[in-house]
Design a protein around this ligand. Structure first.
Ligand SMILES: Nc1nc2c(c(=O)[nH]1)N[C@H]1C(S)=C(S)[C@@H](COP(=O)(O)O)O[C@H]1N2
Ligand SMILES: [Mo]
Length: 353
C-alpha cells in the first residue's frame, strides 16, 4: 500500500473547498439534479435538546429541526466494532492509479466541510422513526478521488467497514459532488453507534449505502452484492419521495378546535415542492412548507386543522421537483418497505372530543 506522500497530502489540503461547501449546502448537485439553487444557508443550527417533532404537539416548529444525536435511529446488522483511532486508516485502492491510505490525523488535516443532511433507512416503514436530520462535519471526498485517479475500467466502488459490513455503489454515486466523509455529528465526534471514527454520506441514497466505521473504498470492475442487497434489498437504494405526520400521533385523542398538523418530507436530493393533506373525504389542501439549507435536508410542513368532534382519517402526500407525487396509501403501519423503500402515503386516525 502506497502511503499518501507528504507532497500529495499538502496539495489536497491546499485546495480550497469553501466554494464547494457553499455549492453543496446552498444548492444541490446530485446525479438527477433538477431543483433550483437556493439563497444563502446561514449559520449552522444547533440541535435542540428536546426534539419538537416528538415532544411538542401544540405548535409546529418554526425552524428546521436538527435531530438530537441521542434520538437518531441506530441501524446495524451486527455488534458495533471498536476502532482504535491511533491505528485507524482509510484506504482507497483497487482500480486506481495512486492507491492511498490516510490516518485519522491526515483526514482531520484536510479542508473541513459541514453539512446538514437527512439520513433514512430503506426499511423505514410509512410514518416510521428510521429517519433523522443532523449536521455532519468532515471532508469532501472529491479532491481525494482526483488524487487517486480512478481507472476507466472501474464501474463500482466497494466499501468495507470495521464490523465486516460491505456494500457497493455504481460509480456515479461516489463521483457525484458533495460526497461527505464525516467524523463529527452535531458538533461532536461520531459516537461509536454512528460510525466512529469515519463514515460516508452520499447524497440521494438510503442508509444501507452509507457505511459507518468505513475502512476501505475499493474500485472494482464488477457488480459486488452487499449484505442487505444479497437478501433482496435494492442494489440502488435511492431515496423515494416520502412524507409523514409527526403530530398528531396516530389514534391521538384531541380537543375540537385548532389542531396543528405537522411533519417532515424527504426525497433524497429532489426538492419537496408541495405538501398536501386530506381530511376524511375532503379535497387535498396545500400545507405550509419550510425548506432546509438544501434539498438533501427534509422539508417540514404544517397545516392548521379546524377539527370537529368525531373520528377522522388524515392523509399527507408530497410532490418533488421531478414531479413525483405519492399516490398509494399504506395498507397499515406494518406495510413493508421491502425491497426498495416506500413512497406510500401516511394515514393516521384522530379522535376528536
Ligand atoms: N458498517 C456498517 N455501516 C452501516 C450499517 C451497518 O450495519 N454496518 N447499517 C447501514 C444502515 S442499514 C443504515 S440505515 C445506516 C444507519 O446509520 P445510523 O445507525 O448512524 O443511524 O447505517 C448504515 N451503515
Ligand atoms: Mo438501513
Amino acid at each position: 500500500m502506497v502511503r499518501l506522500s507528504r507532497r500529495a497530502f499538502l496539495q489536497i489540503a491546499a485546495t480550497s473547498t469553501a466554494a464547494l461547501a457553499a455549492a453543496c449546502q446552498g444548492a444541490q448537485a446530485a446525479p438527477s439534479a433538477t431543483a433550483p439553487a437556493r439563497s444563502g444557508s446561514g449559520p449552522t443550527p444547533k440541535p435542540a435538546t428536546t426534539d419538537p417533532l416528538r415532544h411538542n404537539p401544540n405548535s409546529a416548529p418554526t425552524e428546521i429541526v436538527v435531530t438530537p444525536t441521542k434520538n437518531l435511529y441506530v441501524q446495524s446488522y451486527d455488534a458495533f466494532p471498536s476502532v482504535d483511532a491511533a491505528t485507524y486508516n482509510l484506504t482507497i485502492d483497487g482500480l486506481v492509479e495512486n492507491p492511498k491510505s490516510l490516518t485519522l490525523d491526515q483526514i482531520k488535516a484536510l479542508p473541513t466541510a459541514e453539512e446538514m443532511l437527512t439520513l433514512e433507512c430503506i426499511g423505514n416503514p410509512v410514518g416510521g422513526p428510521l429517519i433523522g436530520n443532523v449536521v455532519w462535519k468532515g471532508f469532501y471526498l472529491e479532491e481525494l478521488l482526483k488524487a487517486v485517479k480512478i481507472k476507466p475500467e472501474a464501474i463500482r466502488a466497494k466499501f468495507t467497514a470495521a464490523d465486516g459490513y460491505q456494500t457497493s455503489v455504481e460509480l456515479k454515486w461516489i463521483t457525484q459532488p458533495c460526497v461527505l466523509m464525516a467524523y463529527e455529528i452535531n458538533g461532536e465526534p461520531l459516537p461509536v453507534a454512528h460510525g466512529f471514527p469515519l463514515r460516508i454520506r452520499m447524497p440521494g441514497l438510503y442508509g444501507q449505502k452509507q457505511p459507518k466505521w468505513i475502512q476501505r473504498i475499493e474500485f472494482i470492475d464488477e457488480v459486488f452484492t452487499g449484505y442487505w442487497e444479497s437478501q433482496g434489498w435494492s442494489d440502488v437504494a435511492a431515496v423515494k419521495t416520502n412524507s409523514k405526520f409527526n403530530q398528531p400521533k396516530n389514534l391521538a385523542k384531541l380537543e375540537a378546535g385548532r389542531v396543528p398538523l405537522f411533519g417532515v418530507a424527504y426525497a433524497g436530493t429532489r426538492e419537496i415542492t408541495k405538501i398536501e393533506v386530506k381530511i376524511d373525504d375532503g379535497e387535498w389542501q396545500a400545507a405550509e412548507l419550510m425548506h432546509g439549507p438544501s434539498a438533501k435536508v427534509w422539508a417540514q410542513w404544517s397545516f392548521d386543522w379546524n377539527a370537529e368532534p368525531g373520528k377522522h382519517f388524515l392523509l399527507v402526500r408530497a410532490t418533488d421537483a421531478d414531479g413525483n407525487t405519492q399516490t398509494e396509501v399504506a395498507s397499515s403501519l406494518f406495510d413493508s418497505a421491502y425491497p426498495d423503500g416506500t413512497n406510500k402515503m401516511h394515514k393516521i386516525v384522530a379522535q376528536i372530543a
